[in-house]
Design a protein around this ligand. Structure first.
Ligand SMILES: *Cc1c(COP(=O)(O)O)cnc(C)c1O
Length: 401
């Protein structure tokens, strides 16, 4: 069978061959526990600190400002819960946007249930939050403002620098989930001025299960995981040396390759969008086309969401654009997530004003290192056929009602 076209680099990426090669010795020969004071421990400790330095360099942070976590989700949780944990009775209010990743969204939903106040500032129709609306949301009770740097579904870039400035004015913490932006956009924490920033390795050619929270020097947060005191006491547990080493290598490779990647991917992405909008009617392009990641496109096709008869057990039992496109040999994400309870429309697309039916017809294309012009051409060849077929079937369905 022909290899599928992979246009889902925002879901995850393959591990870069150089990254894998760097990691391998740390599974066997270099197996030491970094807390041991003998030679094997020292070897592991040095490797971890070298990796930490590489991750720090990628975002222009100091080495001591990087706390390794199990990924982006844990980094987001740590930023929020760690701020709550240290704030005592300073306040019980958090400001986020209505297009945050679930790792931020659900943590805040949990806090709301526990009696916290959360303001979900709505973004503008182009998927970018108005800085003044963030400012207006801040009260005497606010302890933290958290705004996603680049949205994972629609790729829009938020005015994080301006928001960090406002937080500074009010003397409260600022956090940004920069998971999608790392390796796809230049991130400099000094220039941004945020107190905390989340990153993860597997979205930019590193391994899954490793990420980090940048915590600005002088900004204190409470630990979420207690134990042996690793990671400056903020994140205890024996370090995963191979994953950390892989993360460090991925950061090094990203620094070297990023500019080239951006230059190569943006025209490919633009070709994809142009091809879709000029060959298919009833298309909505989601999110600001200028202020967005170079590798992301998100579009809604109108009038395609079919009703699927029969029992609903597996994700495939529900209508999904991702599943339909997959039949054409192309992997991309849908605008709705299948969960045990059924299909949840994307809160991000709803925030932009899309209807539930429109979200069912959404596709997110995310390009990456191994995306070729042929991949884009094949997608542009298959999509009109797919959309046509679905619209025909939909008409039949409506007629037979
Ligand atoms: C993928 C992602 C996360 C979660 O990171 P994991 O390492 O998979 O836990 C958080 N935020 C954003 C924006 C993401 O895209």
């Amino acid at each position: 069978m022909e290899k599928p076209v992979y246009l889902d680099y925002s879901a995850t990426t393959p591990v870069h061959p150089e990254v894998l090669e760097t990691m391998l010795p740390f599974f066997n020969e270099k197996f030491g526990n970094a807390s041991s004071i003998h030679a094997k421990g020292k070897e592991a400790r040095l490797a971890i600190e070298d990796a930490r330095q590489k991750v720090a360099r990628l975002i222009n942070a100091d080495t001591e400002e990087i706390i390794f976590t199990s990924g982006g989700t844990e980094a987001d949780n740590l930023a929020i819960m760690g701020t709550v944990g240290i704030s005592g009775d300073l306040g019980n209010h958090i400001v986020i946007t209505n297009i945050e990743h679930h790792a931020v969204f659900e943590t805040c939903n949990y806090l709301e249930k526990k009696g916290f106040d959360v303001t979900f500032v709505p973004v503008e129709p182009d998927g970018i939050v108005d800085v003044e609306k963030v400012r207006e949301a801040i009260t005497d009770e606010t302890i933290l403002v958290s705004v996603i740097y680049a949205n994972n579904e629609i790729g829009t870039l938020q005015p994080v620098k301006e928001i960090a400035n406002i937080a500074l004015e009010f003397g409260i913490y600022s956090h940004t989930d920069a998971v999608q932006a790392i390796g796809r956009s230049h991130i400099d924490v000094e220039e941004l001025g945020v107190d905390m920033l989340s990153l993860t390795a597997h979205k930019f050619y590193g391994p899954k299960g490793i990420g980090a929270l940048y915590i600005r020097q002088g900004s204190q947060i409470a630990p979420m995981i207690y134990g042996g005191g690793q990671e400056r006491g903020i994140r205890s547990g024996t370090e995963s040396v191979p994953l950390m080493v892989g993360f460090g290598k991925a950061a090094e490779v990203a620094m070297k390759d990023m500019d080239e990647e951006i230059k190569r991917l943006k025209p490919l992405r633009d070709k994809l969008v142009k091809g879709i909008t000029s060959n298919i009617d009833g298309v909505i392009v989601n999110g600001n086309m200028e202020k967005r990641l170079p590798n992301n496109a998100n579009v809604c096709f109108e009038g395609v969401a079919l009703e699927k008869p029969g029992p609903k057990e597996k994700p495939e039992d529900y209508f999904s654009m991702s599943w339909e496109l997959n039949k054409h040999g192309i992997c991309a994400s849908a605008g709705a997530a299948c969960t045990a309870a059924g299909v949840t429309p994307s809160h991000v697309l709803i925030a932009l004003g899309r209807t539930v039916e429109q979200t069912q017809g959404a596709l997110r294309f995310s390009l990456g290192k191994w995306t070729t012009e042929e991949d884009i051409d094949k997608t542009l060849e298959e999509l009109p056929r797919l959309v046509d077929r679905l619209r025909q079937e939909k008409k039949e369905q409506l007629k037979n009602k």
